[in-house]
Design a protein around this ligand. Structure first.
Ligand code: AMP
Length: 223
């Protein structure tokens, strides 16, 4: 299964991608996580990307595309993936189609998670991320067992610089201007399904599986 999850920041793409990994037998490929890892490791690319990310702006394509291409070359992503945060513009979507065509592959489905802006701001300002493994929590909706500590790896939880309210609003503007046009793009290609992103994560996961026409028991490599 080659799936793209679309939606504004805070729509729950990351949470859903992680939940669906085992169900669909395909890894999450998150451009935001790949970029944050580059920033954390202080690579040349990470240092260039950081300024854009902190402002809530899009990182230039020449930095993002290479990371995605490299990730697609890893063995676990050969038979499928769940893309989260990429593509973010119609130009990126076109490059993605070319990257896949060069491998004799194509997307199976694009699912847009629809959530109103005010709900997004509320969600993101309570969000905490693990510095070590990238797992996400919410101080009210999904608190960690121990304050400031990741349940899975004991890493330190922090608030991403770009999760501050002003930056969230800037990211929502970027979403409206650059990413929302992707809904029409994928609609025209008849790949798009829209689902309501309000509710418990499990309910939203079931809505995604329903539009994919699977109960999620698909074995790896079947699709
Ligand atoms: P995310 O974790 O998907 O919300 O991404 C965090 C930040 O990383 C974004 O606000 C952008 O600065 C950058 N970013 C992530 N994915 C992309 C992308 N596909 N194109 C450009 N910038 C991106």
């Amino acid at each position: 299964m080659r799936l793209v999850l679309l939606g504004p920041p805070g729509a729950g793409k990351g949470t859903q991608a992680r939940m669906l990994e085992t169900r669909l037998g395909a890894p999450q490929v998150s451009s935001g996580d790949l970029l944050r890892a580059a920033v954390r490791n202080r690579t040349a690319l990470g240092l260039k990307a950081k300024g854009f990310m902190d402002k809530g702006a899009l990182v230039p394509d020449e930095l993002v595309l290479g990371l995605i291409d490299e990730r697609f070359n890893q063995p676990d992503a050969r038979d499928g993936f769940i893309l989260d945060g990429f593509p973010r513009t119609v130009a990126q979507a076109e490059t993605l189609a070319q990257m896949l065509a060069a491998r004799g592959q194509k997307l199976d489905r694009v699912v847009a998670i629809i959530v109103p802006d005010e709900e997004i701001v509320k969600r993101i300002s309570g969000r905490r991320t693990c510095r070590n493994c990238g797992a996400m929590y919410h101080v009210i909706y999904d608190p960690p067992r121990n304050m400031n500590m990741c349940n899975s790896c004991n890493g330190e939880l922090y608030q991403r610089e770009d999760d501050a309210e002003d930056t969230v609003r800037a990211r929502l503007e970027v979403y409206e201007a650059s990413t929302r046009p992707l809904l029409d793009h994928y609609g025209r290609l008849r790949l798009l399904a829209r689902i309501e992103g309000i509710g418990r994560p499990e309910e939203i996961g079931s809505r995604i599986l329903a539009v994919l026409g699977t109960n999620g028991d698909q074995a790896k490599g079947e699709s």
